[in-house]
Design a protein around this ligand. Structure first.
Ligand code: HEM
Length: 521
C-alpha cells in the first residue's frame, strides 16, 4: 500500500473519503491488460489519480455543473455526428448508383442529400471542437491522469481520420465537373470510410474509459501509461460498441431520408426522386434497426461481465436473480426499490445478459458488496431511475422507428405512393425517434458507469479540475448554451431552406459534357 490520505468520492454536498484503487474491474476476463501486481494497490495522493488538497471539499455544485456541461455539450454534439456517419455512406451509394445505372434521378438524390450531409458535417465539426476543450477546462485532473493513453486514439482520430475526411470532402465539393466521374466518386467513398474510422477512434477512447486495457500505472508519476496500442484498438468493448453506434447512425440517416422524402411526397413534389429515396430510407432504417438490436444484445452480454453494476442498474434489479424477467414499464418508487405494478417479459433480462433464459444476473446489492471489498467502502450505484429509463427508452424509441419503417415499406410496395396522411405525419415527426434513442443510449452508457470516469481506476469526483469555481462553470455553460442555441437556429434554417427547395432539377448523364449542377445553400 502506498497511498495514505484516501482520495474522495461524491457524498452529500461535499466529498466523502474513500480509497481509490488502481485495480481493474470486477470479474474481468480481458485480454492484454498489463498491470503489475504491486500496482493493484492504493494510489498515492501525490499522483493525479488522487485528489489534490485543492480539490478536497469542492462543493458538489462544481462537480455537478461540470457534469451537466459535459452532458449538454456531448448530447448536442451527438445530434450531428450520427447523421454524418450514416449519410456519408448513403450519399456515396447514391452517387455509385448514378454512375452504374446512368439514371439522373440518382444524381439529383446525391446532390440533395449531399448538401444536407455537408450542412450537418459543418455544424458537427464546430461542436466537436468544444468537446476537446472540456477536458482541459473542467476535467484537467482526468486529463493529466489519462492523457498518455487517452490522447493516443484522439490524436489518431484528428491526424488520420478527420484529416482524410475533411480533405476528401473538400475534393468532393470542388471536384464536381473537374475530376473524372470515377475519381470523383472515389473522393466521397474515402470521406465516408474516414468518417466511420473517425468514429472508431473516438469510441476507442470511450471504450477505454468503460473497460481500461493496454495500460499500466506508472509508480513514479501515478499516471497511466500506454503499454499496448493494439490492445486499446482491439478492446472487446470497442469491438462491440462500434457496430452498435454505426448501425444506430444508419437508423438516423435512414429516418432523415424518410422524413425529407415524406415532406415532398405529401405535397406531390418531385415524386420521381423522393419515392425512390423514401424506399431507400425505409429499407435502410428497418435493416439498421434490426442490426442495432442484434449488436446491442452482444454489447449487453459483454457489459454484464465487464460492468455488472450497469446491467443490474438497467433493470433496477436489487437482488441477484436466476431466470430474471425484463420490465417494460414499472410503477413504484423512483429508485426501483419498491414496485407497485410492472409489465414484465419473463426470462428476458437473463437472456439479454447471459444468453440463457435461466442465467444468473447479479443484483445491485451484491455488486455493491463486491465493489466495496474490491475498491473500498463507498457508493458504487449509478442514479437508478436514469439508467432504468434511459435503457428502456433507447430500445423503445429505436423499436418505434423500425416499426414505422416496416409500415412504410408495406405502404410503398409495388411502386405505390402512400395516400395516408397519417403516414406522412408520422414519417416527418418520426425523425425524432432515433435521435432520442441515441441520446438515451449515451445517457445510459455514461451514467451507468458512474461513479467512475475510468472504470475501476478514477472516479468522476476525482476527475474535475482543481481550480474551477462555480461561477466559471456557470459562465462557460451559459456561453456554450447560447452559442449552441444560435448554431442550432442557423443549422435548422439552412436545413429547412434546403429541404423545401428540393432536389436540383437539372440532371446529367455521367459521361455528359454539359456542366453538372453544383451545391447550393
Ligand atoms: C434491443 C435493442 C438494443 C439493445 C439491447 C441495446 C443495448 C445497448 C447497451 C447494452 C448499451 C450500453 C453499452 C455499454 O455501456 O457498454 C447501448 C448503448 C447505446 N445504444 Fe443501444 N441497444 C439497443 C437499441 C438501440 C437503438 C435502436 C439505438 C439507436 C437508434 C441505440 C443507440 C445506442 C447508443 C448511441 C449507445 C451509446 C454508445 C455505446 O455504448 O454503444 N441502441 N445499447
Amino acid at each position: 500500500m502506498v497511498g495514505h490520505e484516501p482520495p474522495l468520492i461524491a457524498g452529500r454536498g461535499y466529498f466523502r473519503a474513500v480509497p481509490l484503487h488502481v485495480a481493474p474491474d470486477l470479474g474481468d476476463t480481458v485480454e492484454s491488460r498489463e498491470e503489475p501486481s504491486d500496482e493493484r494497490l492504493w494510489a498515492s495522493t501525490t499522483g493525479p489519480a488522487t485528489v489534490s488538497p485543492a480539490t478536497q471539499g469542492i462543493p458538489m455544485t462544481v462537480l455537478e455543473l461540470s457534469r451537466w456541461q459535459f452532458g449538454i455539450t456531448t448530447v448536442y454534439h451527438f445530434i450531428f455526428v450520427p447523421l454524418t456517419i450514416g449519410l456519408s455512406i448513403l450519399v456515396a451509394c447514391m452517387q455509385t448508383a448514378w454512375l452504374v445505372k446512368k439514371d439522373p434521378v440518382y444524381l439529383r438524390m446525391t446532390k440533395f442529400f449531399g448538401t444536407l450531409f455537408l450542412i450537418n458535417f459543418a455544424v458537427g465539426v464546430v461542436t466537436g471542437i468544444v468537446e476537446e476543450f472540456q477536458f482541459g477546462m473542467n476535467w484537467s485532473a482526468y486529463s493529466a491522469f489519462v492523457g498518455n493513453v487517452f490522447g493516443a486514439p484522439l490524436a489518431m482520430e484528428a491526424l488520420l481520420a478527420f484529416f482524410l475526411e475533411s480533405t476528401f470532402i473538400g475534393l468532393w465539393i470542388f471536384g464536381w465537373n473537374k475530376l473524372p466521374p470515377r475519381l470523383h466518386l472515389a473522393t466521397i467513398w474515402v470521406a465516408a470510410v474516414a468518417t466511420n474510422l473517425s468514429a472508431y477512434f473516438i469510441l476507442a477512447a470511450n471504450s477505454w474509459m468503460q473497460h481500461p486495457v493496454g495500460y499500466r500505472v506508472d509508480p513514479g508519476t501515478h499516471r497511466v501509461v500506454l503499454t499496448s496500442i493494439v490492445a486499446l484498438l482491439t478492446n472487446s468493448t470497442l469491438l462491440a460498441a462500434w457496430p452498435h453506434v454505426i448501425f444506430a447512425s444508419f437508423v438516423i440517416a435512414g429516418m432523415v431520408v424518410i422524413a425529407t422524402s415524406a415532406w415532398h411526397l405529401a405535397r406531390n413534389s418531385q415524386t420521381d426522386v423522393f419515392r425512390r429515396a423514401m424506399r431507400i430510407g425505409l429499407a435502410v432504417t428497418l435493416a439498421a434497426g434490426i442490426a442495432t438490436a442484434v449488436t446491442g444484445d452482444i454489447q449487453a452480454r459483454l457489459m454484464d461481465s465487464q460492468q455488472p453494476m450497469k446491467m443490474a442498474a438497467a433493470e433496477a434489479l436489487y437482488n441477484t436473480s436466476d431466470s430474471a424477467s425484463f420490465s417494460l414499464f414499472t410503477i413504484g418508487s423512483l429508485n426501483g426499490g419498491q414496485e407497485l405494478w410492472s409489465l414484465r417479459v419473463p426470462y428476458l433480462l437473463s437472456l439479454i445478459a447471459t444468453l440463457n433464459p435461466h442465467g444468473t444476473v447479479q443484483g445491485i446489492n451484491n455488486v455493491e458488496r463486491a465493489y466495496d471489498k474490491k475498491y473500498g467502502p463507498g457508493s458504487y450505484k449509478p442514479v437508478i431511475p436514469v439508467t432504468y429509463w434511459s435503457f428502456r427508452l433507447m430500445i423503445g424509441f429505436g423499436t418505434l422507428a423500425a416499426l414505422l419503417a416496416f409500415a412504410g415499406l408495406w405502404l410503398t410496395r409495388r411502386r405505390r405512393i402512400p395516400r395516408a396522411r397519417w403516414f406522412y405525419r408520422a414519417a416527418i415527426w418520426g425523425v425524432a425517434l432515433p435521435y432520442l434513442a441515441t441520446t438515451m443510449g449515451w445517457i445510459f452508457t455514461e451514467m451507468g458507469r458512474q461513479p467512475w470516469t475510468v472504470f475501476g481506476l478514477m472516479t468522476t469526483a476525482q476527475s474535475v479540475s482543481p481550480g474551477v469555481t462555480v461561477s466559471s462553470v456557470i459562465i462557460s455553460m451559459t456561453v456554450f448554451t447560447l452559442l449552441y442555441g444560435g448554431l442550432a437556429a442557423i443549422a435548422w434554417w439552412l436545413i429547412v431552406k434546403h429541404v423545401k427547395a428540393g432536389a436540383p432539377v437539372q440532371a446529367e448523364h455521367p459521361d455528359g459534357a454539359e456542366p453538372l449542377p453544383v451545391f447550393s445553400y
